[in-house]
Design a protein around this ligand. Sequence first.
Ligand code: SF4
Ligand code: SF4
Length: 438
Amino acid sequence: MRRVRAFFGGIHPSENKQSTSSTPIQSLPAPATLVVPLLQHVGREAKPLVAKGDEVLKGQLLAEADGKISAPVHSPVSGKVTAIEPRTSASGRSVTSIVIENDGQDNWVEREAHPDPVQLDAKTIVERIQAAGIVGMGGAGFPTAVKLTPPQGVSIDYLIINGCECEPYLTADHRLMVEYAEEIVLGAKLLAKACGARKIIIGVEDNKPDAIASLKEQAGAVDVVALPTRYPQGGEKQLIQALTGREVPSKGLPFQAGCVVQNVGTAYAVTKALRDGEPLISRVVTVTGSVIAEPQNFFVPIGTPFQDLIEAAGGFSQTPGKVVAGGPMMGGAQFDLEAPVTKVTSGVLAFGVDESKTPNPMPCIKCARCVDVCPANLMPLKLEAYGMNEQWDNAEEYGALDCIECGCCTYICPSKRPLLHYIRFAKAEIIESQRRSS
Ligand code: SF4
Ligand code: SF4
């Protein structure tokens, strides 16, 4: 049995997963109009290959990757391109998007399926993953094919599949593991072959015993490991430490510890791409929160507006105070419900007015609770002060770029200080200044 190590810090927020964790995923029909952003990933915006007025097929390539750190985008339906223009995205920024009027015919482009894709060689697997537009679906959106090709001379010992889903409220990965374990295990084998990993481990928090049982039934030589339920167990560095005992160096990447980490949703998407020939055009999204009438998980075509998802879940039971894309710890508040689901949308949460009030911050009492919970071993109170006073050099020296933006410090602070807010501010300024001087 694999030894599991505890990572430093972390918290135990209320899970609030019970309203969606036991009900099967429903398929949401595609809406009449879809908005497909060209930037749904880390890196450069994809370059459009279609024009206004073009007829497109489901699964057709709409836009190609622009350079290595980018990802292509495909059509989630058959229909007609009615506009290519900036539209609101869940990030809050305007992103060039392809607007498609759905013809309701569901006419697919020709698909290249393979009955036994594990027979494909590593290079072909990586190429097909890239061509299918697959990116990290746990929220990061880093192009998967890039993660699978570490620098020359680096060997990968472990492929780790992240099934922790440690954010409260979210159960999209949980239901995927219960209902599609076979696809996840096959996806894991394909990912391992692609990056040359010798060992595959799927890590799942122990609050999902049905997902663990379902994966173990399919696992074969794949190691399925139950991990203690503790946020942020699903952080890449925390997961690597818990499952292998290895540490990723400061400002480093998982390959430096001989590991590649992929999310369960990504593993599922890899199977759909290589076995069934389907590019990444839909995903599972949890729609929940205290003011959602009928919380559920849906398979959703990418490009579906959040408003349509909320209506499919029975609408708002009360006036919402806040709608969040993603989980409550790391997700972003939304100001426009026309923002569409993208490859990285794991949840749409809605909370009441009372729950959504921003607390008045009080002075720091130097209790060090933020230091005790920081999984990155940082001093959040110092980083906040440097961010607030625009002391970017000091923020960098104190490791701002190692912050994984988990929000544990803000959650635990008895003075209700907006620590992460200022740390993100500092990180953005440091990264921008590095970009300018490179
Ligand atoms: S938890 Fe809040 S009050 Fe305590 S040291 Fe950190 S910032 Fe200050
Ligand atoms: S400083 Fe960053 S990594 Fe540390 S607890 Fe705060 S948000 Fe998480």
